[in-house]
Design a protein around this ligand. Structure first.
Ligand code: BES
Ligand code: ZN
Ligand code: ZN
Length: 484
């Protein structure tokens, strides 16, 4: 989609659909007011009207989108409004839209423009690669959009940034939405190589023999039960330089999680092609960082495996020696994410990073705690977590902190090994975080449990649709933009 910044009068813009985003209780332009009963429009938000602008040759279609109360307006309000507008344009099969806000936004023009563009990219997304017999309405693509906003010299930059971020999210959604058979660990490795070629990253994919030689015991154990070999993926943007921060992003890349021998019940297994949501977020964020040319050294690490039951599969009771040398007693083969991540987190140390941010669809328990409205956050460095919380507010991908007190670390100590891979049902998300923290040493570390936010069955937000949400990309884009 082409997105441009426009100035002038929204209602006279030459596009097929004008979208007016209005605050609750705001008075509307007279031309619109004439078509409505006074104060009628709030109840009619998200409805299209035929408008006859003075001096215009033909009637215009006008969509009113509600923005809620002005004091509650944020970038997220704009994102949702513009996603609604694009969805409506698709339904009406309108090729070009213009959107503007009626009233004053409490936001910098650049941030508002970014949110407009993100909402459009995200709202237009549909994953219909495997659907046949689609109707014209379903396949319709909105070609052009104009954003009416108070401009300053950075408004155009805001739109450009929003498009880059939006495309990064779309990329992550596509990766998650693909069926498990279409994306085994080796294919995820090939995808990393393609991404590297596209945006100029240095990419290395460690194969089976290298994993064995170098001692990636966690990834090897989890991947053993599958006929599709595991991989460890390293993507590097920029380079280590004095004065340039180094950030490691780590992602869980379970291309499918059946639970292994501790097999999941069918309802819990259904969506487990999405267990590489953390990896997808890292891929998306690497793409965004490169396209935005952020002044950073960014390293993306992905542990990729398929967790399957078979006579080769790792068993409950096995002891795994991870890359760090620490030993892990396997109690439940379904708590596999933390095992493959232990290798990646230890590997990250070699870059002497300023921060490690790890994302994983790690525990069902975080869905019980926070639902789909926030990502669970744990970590070893409060300043780093505060920065992520802020980035969460700004990007609309909220994170909420859970504690990592010593008591929780004790819950994952094993009788026969250094650690055990589950700490019981209580505080399930936190003990998983405590397990991970054992592998990061002194480096400031944040773990983001995206199990509740990476996938939606029934979307509650205008910019979501059934399936992967690409969560993490907007959050990381915002966090990395503020890292310097
Ligand atoms: N991939 C799952 C976590 C998950 C659950 C992600 C639901 C998305 C939606 C993870 O590997 C897992 O199975 N965790 C277990 C851990 C338990 C065995 C301690 C869980 O949460 O049930
Ligand atoms: Zn699992
Ligand atoms: Zn899993």
């Amino acid at each position: 989609m082409e997105i441009a910044v426009r100035t002038g009068e929204l209602l006279h813009a030459e596009s097929d659909l004008a979208v007016l985003a209005t605050f609750e209780d705001a008075s509307l332009p007279a031309e619109v007011e004439r078509l409505l009963e006074p104060s009628d429009y709030c109840g009619r938000a998200n409805q299209t009207l035929l408008l006859y602008p003075l001096g215009a040759l033909a009637p215009r279609r006008l969509l009113l989108v509600g923005l809620g109360k002005p004091e509650k307006a944020t970038a997220e309000t704009i994102r949702l409004a513009s996603a609604t507008a694009v969805k409506e344009a698709q339904r009406l099969q309108v090729e070009a839209i213009t959107i503007g806000v009626h009233g004053d936004l409490p936001l910098a023009p650049e941030a508002a423009a970014q949110a407009f563009a993100e909402g459009m990219e995200l709202g237009a997304y549909r994953y219909w690669r495997y659907r046949t017999g689609l109707t014209d309405e379903q396949t319709f693509v909105v070609k052009a959009a104009g954003v009416f906003t108070k401009t300053d010299e950075r408004t155009g930059a805001g739109v450009a940034r929003g498009q880059i971020v939006g495309r990064g999210v779309t990329y992550a959604r596509d990766l998650v939405n693909g069926p498990g058979y279409a994306m085994h660990p080796p294919e995820l490795g090939e995808e990393a190589v393609r991404l590297g070629k596209r945006v100029n990253l240095k990419v290395t994919v460690l194969e089976m023999s290298q994993l064995i030689e170098q001692g990636f015991g966690g990834i090897l154990a989890v991947g053993k039960g599958s006929e599709h070999e595991p991989r460890f993926i390293v993507m590097e943007y920029g380079e280590a330089k004095k004065g340039t921060p180094t950030v490691c992003l780590v992602g869980k890349g379970l291309t499918f999680d059946s639970g292994g021998l501790s097999l999941k019940p069918p309802e819990a297994m259904e969506a487990m092609k999405s267990d590489m949501g953390g990896a997808a977020a890292v891929f998306g964020a690497m793409q965004v960082a490169a396209e935005l040319k952020l002044p950073l050294h960014l390293v993306g690490l992905v542990s990729a495996a398929e967790n399957m039951p078979s006579s080769n599969a790792y068993r409950p009771g096995d002891v795994v020696k991870s890359l760090s040398g620490k030993t892990i007693e396997v109690i439940n083969t379904d708590a596999e994410g933390r095992i493959i991540l232990s290798d990646a987190l230890f590997y990250a140390q070699r870059y002497k990073p300023d921060a490690i941010v790890e994302l994983s669809t790690l525990t069902g328990a975080v869905i019980i705690a926070l639902g789909s409205h926030a990502t669970g956050m744990m970590g070893t460095d409060q300043a780093l977590m505060d920065r992520l919380r802020k980035a969460g507010e700004a990007s609309g991908e909220r994170v909420w902190q859970l504690p990592l007190w010593d008591e929780y670390h004790r819950m994952v100590k094993s009788e026969i090994a250094d650690l055990k891979n589950i700490g019981g049902r209580p505080a399930g998300s936190i003990t998983a975080g405590a397990f991970l923290a054992a592998f990061v040493g002194e480096v400031p570390f944040v773990h983001l449990d995206i199990a509740g936010t990476a996938w939606v069955d029934q979307p509650a937000k205008a910019y979501h649709s059934h399936g992967g949400t690409g969560v993490g990309v907007r959050l990381l884009a915002e966090f990395l933009k503020e890292t310097n």
